[in-house]
Design a protein around this ligand. Structure first.
Ligand SMILES: *Cc1c(COP(=O)(O)O)cnc(C)c1O
Length: 427
């Protein structure tokens, strides 16, 4: 059979029940797995045979869902994590440690910025933040001999900049390091970063993938394409024996397709333990079954809302890459030809105060820290998710003080527009 379409992969990928087995993915609600002999279990601990022994490291429910997401992204291996934050942390920490350096787009999620600029910096990893709109020369100049990865978001939350993935991939590969892309907002339905040269993809599955605001979670997917063995000095963790696993060499034992995720599971999950619960993985699987149907509706609603805001005289600016005059329209057409996401950013005339008054008048859209689920919600990042940033950092992240992030759910576009209209009339 030829390659399956993205919709079929959303509905059926990753789990193929045999005769008489459950049609829906079973929740394996068990912390542990039993074996007849200690010797058999010992082989699992040495990574010599495949199997489950403790849910902190791996669980069948999680693996079905991870395989579904790997299929959607076109990757070779994937793992679920307890949150998007854990996915971002593992994705970088799996290949960078104390004394290393990472380049990141400055337009990223506030939580990722804080993780990099504050917490991982305390672990001795240095980050350089660079504008996603930088020239290839500026990007090139940001590399150091100890640079281990480049990071960016397909569509930045909340700035909604569209990353020129090919530009970032070219620079990363010229310097012998992988490009890690957070693909949360686009989802693999609208963009598959591996097709544009990215090497690792991360997700906050909390957003569109779950899609119902029901379960916090994350995922890391490996393309299997980055050849760590060409740079053994840069990536000793993947190319030399791991003494904590009786000398296993991940690239030798698991190949390029499996080394990165096996190492992240065997070392990082073992030691940090940010596993997604099988129950949440099941909920994520339910969400994935309709991801392709929902993304289309999210995008249609966002396009309608953006066009309405764009012609309203109380709105000072609108950012949505589906609008023809948007700075990222061309990049959107290239990387996201079928739609971008359901999130629109805009400013209300009158700045910060007007923004807060407007949000208070909305009846359908709730004020939430959340984005990207079935129910429309909105947020003022400068006073909430990004409040740890000063004005210069906010500007670099593409977040102006009056920015409202409006996440279109799956309601009727006409109702969302009427709600915005009445709130603007009374603010
Ligand atoms: C929400 C989000 C994260 C963090 O995910 P959590 O599941 O909240 O930990 C990371 N990246 C992006 C783009 C996000 O929107």
């Amino acid at each position: 059979m030829s390659e399956l379409g993205i919709g079929t992969k959303c509905v059926q990928g990753g789990y193929h029940p045999g005769n008489g087995e459950p049609r829906q993915i079973p929740i394996v609600q068990s912390t542990t797995f039993q074996y007849a002999t200690g010797a058999e279990m010992g082989k699992l601990f040495d990574l010599e045979s495949n199997g489950y022994f403790y849910t902190r490291l791996q669980n069948p429910t999680n693996d079905y869902i991870a395989a579904r997401i790997a299929g959607l992204e076109g990757g070779t291996a994937a793992m679920l994590t307890s949150s998007g934050q854990a996915a971002t942390f593992y994705a970088i920490f799996n290949i960078a440690s104390c004394g290393d350096h990472v380049i990141s787009s400055s337009a990223i999620y506030g939580g990722s910025y804080n993780l990099f600029a504050v917490t991982m910096k305390r672990m001795g990893i240095d980050f350089t933040f660079i504008s996603p709109d930088c020239t290839p020369e500026e990007l090139d100049a940001a590399f150091r001999p100890n640079t281990k990865a480049v990071f960016g978001e397909t569509i930045a939350n909340p700035a909604l900049t569209v990353l020129d993935i090919e530009k970032f991939a070219r620079a990363a590969h010229a310097h012998g390091v992988p490009l890690v892309i957070d693909n949360t907002f686009a989802t693999p339905v609208n963009c598959r970063p591996f097709e544009w040269g990215a090497d690792i993809v991360t997700h906050s599955t909390t957003k569109y993938m779950d899609g119902h605001g029901a379960a916090v979670g994350g995922c890391i997917v490996d393309s299997g394409k980055f050849d760590w063995t060409k740079y053994p000095d840069k990536f000793p963790g993947l190319c030399t024996p791991d003494e904590s696993y009786h000398g296993v060499n991940y690239t030798e034992r698991f190949g390029l397709g499996g080394a990165y995720i096996t190492k992240a599971t065997a070392q990082l999950m073992r030691d940090f333990g940010s596993i997604q619960s099988p129950q949440n993985a099941f909920l994520l699987g339910l969400g994935l079954e309709s991801l392709h149907v929902r993304m289309k509706r999210h995008c249609e609603n966002a396009q309608a809302v953006a066009e309405f805001l764009n012609q309203h005289d109380k709105i000072s600016w609108v950012q949505y890459c589906g609008l023809k005059q948007d700075k990222y329209y061309a990049l959107g057409q290239k990387y996201l030809p079928n739609g971008s996401c359901g999130v629109v950013s805009f400013g209300v005339k009158g700045g910060r105060d007007a923004a807060e008054r407007f949000m208070g008048k909305l009846k359908i859209a709730a004020i939430e820290t959340h984005v990207a689920d079935a129910r429309t919600c909105c947020l003022h990042p400068a006073s909430t998710t990004h409040r740890q940033m000063n004005d210069a950092e906010l500007a670099a992240a593409g977040v102006s003080p009056d920015l409202i992030r409006y996440s279109c759910g799956l309601e009727d576009a006409a109702d969302l527009i009427a709600d915005i209209n009445q709130a603007l009339a009374s603010c």
